[in-house]
Design a protein around this ligand. Structure first.
Ligand code: NAD
Length: 293
């Protein structure tokens, strides 16, 4: 099977290397020539949109957001203009599910099937090949390409038709952001009331309030560590997509709107490149305390 991959950033580069390790014939492209050279050195070929569109059985993208995926696939000289019936497109970027459906509809006119297959897990799991894929698309297309995705992920779950993968990803991002906000708010309250946030964390982490978010982010808040695992600006992008999708389908998302305002405040105050646990810094700014310090 010949595979094309466009987008060799933090995530795409290690994902490309895992497909190469699994023996796939891979052609890659990115605006960043250094990233292309690194993946070519690992065994891939470099290709243009035309070469990838004409020669690959399946074309993958791992790009920042909907406008980039639309430009690369459907723009002037886009990959889709070189694809024919029977080829498949899999978008692994986290984009607006409304855009996923729009792209799938254009490709369907050419007989090209599409899966939307965003991931969670971040760079460490991209390197280990243990990402979680949330996939939307036809069952038979999913079944045919699940083994390819399994070279990059430990979990590959079909959530429904095209758009369902990115809808699931938006649900994930809403839950993570609101959890971080609740944690920051609660630890701020504890500190203001004179109780050590570290002891609060230790006392409640095994109960109903405990969570993966709490275990990962409470220590960061208490240490004042905002080194990014997942950046504020990327979370703003995802919640903008969540708000847009929610307004399109008529779902109420007041919690998402509120936490988005806090993320936006952090972006406006030089926090865009910080870890999303820096939501705690908004509460610290409002109260004049430092959580745990
Ligand atoms: P990134 O910014 O590191 O990489 C994006 C790559 O796309 C860059 O190398 C850029 O040069 C390339 N690119 C942009 N426009 C292009 C174009 N027109 N043609 C060719 N190449 C182009 O981003 P990333 O962290 O790798 O994230 C990619 C996607 O995965 C995003 O949707 C992100 O939300 C999602 N994601 C990221 C993480 C994470 O922890 N970084 C985790 C889960 C999901």
């Amino acid at each position: 099977m010949k595979v094309g991959l466009i987008g060799l950033g933090i995530m795409g580069k290690p994902m490309a290397k895992n497909m190469l390790k699994a023996g796939y014939d891979l052609t890659v492209s990115d605006l960043n020539k250094a990233a292309v050279e690194e993946v070519v050195a690992a065994g891939a070929k470099a290709g243009t949109n035309q070469e990838i569109g004409e020669s690959c059985d399946v074309v993958l993208t791992m790009l920042p957001n909907s406008p980039q995926v639309k430009a690369v696939m459907l723009g002037e000289n886009g990959v889709a203009s070189y694809m024919k019936a029977g080829q498949v497109f899999i978008d692994m970027s986290s984009i607006n599910p409304v855009a996923s459906k729009e792209i799938a509809a254009v490709l369907a006119e050419k007989g090209v099937e599409m899966l939307d297959a965003p991931v969670s897990g971040g760079e460490p799991k991209a390197i280990d090949g243990t990402l979680s894929f949330m996939v939307g698309g036809k069952q038979e297309v999913f079944d045919a390409y699940k083994p390819l995705l399994e070279t990059m992920g430990a979990s590959v779950v079909r959530c429904g038709d095209v758009g369902a993968g990115n809808t699931t990803k938006l649900a994930n991002q809403i839950i993570v952001a609101c959890n971080i906000q609740a944690l920051a708010e609660a630890l701020t309250l504890a500190q203001k009331a004179g109780v050590d946030p570290q002891l609060v964390f230790e006392a409640i982490r095994g109960g109903l309030a405990g969570s993966t978010v709490m275990n990962a982010k409470a220590p960061m808040m208490i240490e004042g560590n905002d080194k990014p695992g997942f950046k504020i600006d990327l979370h703003i992008k995802d919640l903008n997509n969540a708000l847009d999708c929610a307004h399109t389908v008529g779902a109420p998302v007041p919690m998402t709107a509120e936490v988005q305002e806090i993320l936006q405040w952090l972006h406006n105050n030089d926090g865009g490149q910080k870890d999303h646990s820096a939501i705690a810094q908004y509460y610290e700014h409002m109260t004049g305390i430092k959580i745990g310090r």
